[in-house]
Design a protein around this ligand. Structure first.
Ligand code: HEC
Length: 208
């Protein structure tokens, strides 16, 4: 190879190396965590979701007014893939191929120096996924109930997951009203759903 060619090659290598990790030359963020499916349409559970962006822990949340507090409350930890999080911060909504994991963990109150309150235990009770894939799902999003590492089938759209998320979630069928770093962004970008705004208006009437 002639010297000028080598020199040009070195320039290209240097330019590529200078690109921020995870970016394409056109400024688009590359999604290294796109959903992966088996040939029969089951989702392959992501192994590294604990390295994604942590949005919140719900502690013993219930949708039932009559629910009583449990002495062994359950935590649910919500994670989203980092590429989608970065897009949300800029736009107030989720890009195609967003993946959420909701990890359910049991709790303990007795252990080590703890005298009161609860901490999360090492037992994962299960995890669920909520995935945006516009070309694949009629509604754009689908839910999955994951059991260990096994590929998980899509939960049918007749399940209550779709109804509750569709009717009450603040942004694009996701419960952004419970994700404290994201709600202010959605408010600023005016991406809150009409149904959520209606729920809030109803609530404001009952709280004086
Ligand atoms: C009655 C309402 C309701 C139903 C039914 C429901 N969810 Fe949710 N879901 C919520 C709420 C509230 C949150 C926020 C949890 C938090 O803040 O920790 C949530 C969060 C989630 C998340 C995190 C991502 C997101 O969309 O915000 C996943 C994943 C999820 N639910 C899966 C499911 C699955 C799977 C089903 C059905 C088997 C289901 N949900 C049924 C209310 C519901």
């Amino acid at each position: 190879m002639s010297r000028p060619v080598l020199f040009r090659l070195a320039l290209v290598v240097a330019a590529v190396a200078a690109l921020p990790i995870g970016s394409f030359a056109d400024g688009q963020t590359k999604n290294a965590h796109e959903p992966v499916y088996t040939s029969d349409g089951r989702i392959i559970p992501p192994k590294d979701y604990r390295e994604w962006v942590f949005l919140s822990s719900g502690l013993d949340m219930s949708y039932n007014k009559k629910a009583i507090a449990s002495d062994k409350p359950v935590f649910d930890n919500v994670f989203v893939n980092p590429e989608a999080y970065r897009v949300f911060r800029q736009t107030g909504t989720w890009p195609d191929k967003t993946q959420f994991v909701l990890e359910v963990r049991s709790s303990s109150s007795k252990g080590s120096i703890n005298q009161r309150g609860h901490f999360q235990s090492t037992d994962v009770l299960g995890f669920e996924m909520h995935v945006k894939d516009m070309a694949r799902f009629d509604r754009g999003w689908a839910f999955f109930d994951v059991d260990g590492n096994a590929p998980a089938a899509k939960i049918p759209t007749t399940a209550t997951c779709y109804a509750c998320h569709g009717e009450h979630a603040a942004v694009d069928t996701t419960f952004v009203q419970f994700y404290p770093t994201l709600l202010p962004i959605a408010q600023k970008q005016a991406t809150l759903s009409a149904s959520y705004l209606k729920d809030e208006a109803e609530l404001a009437k009952t709280v004086h």
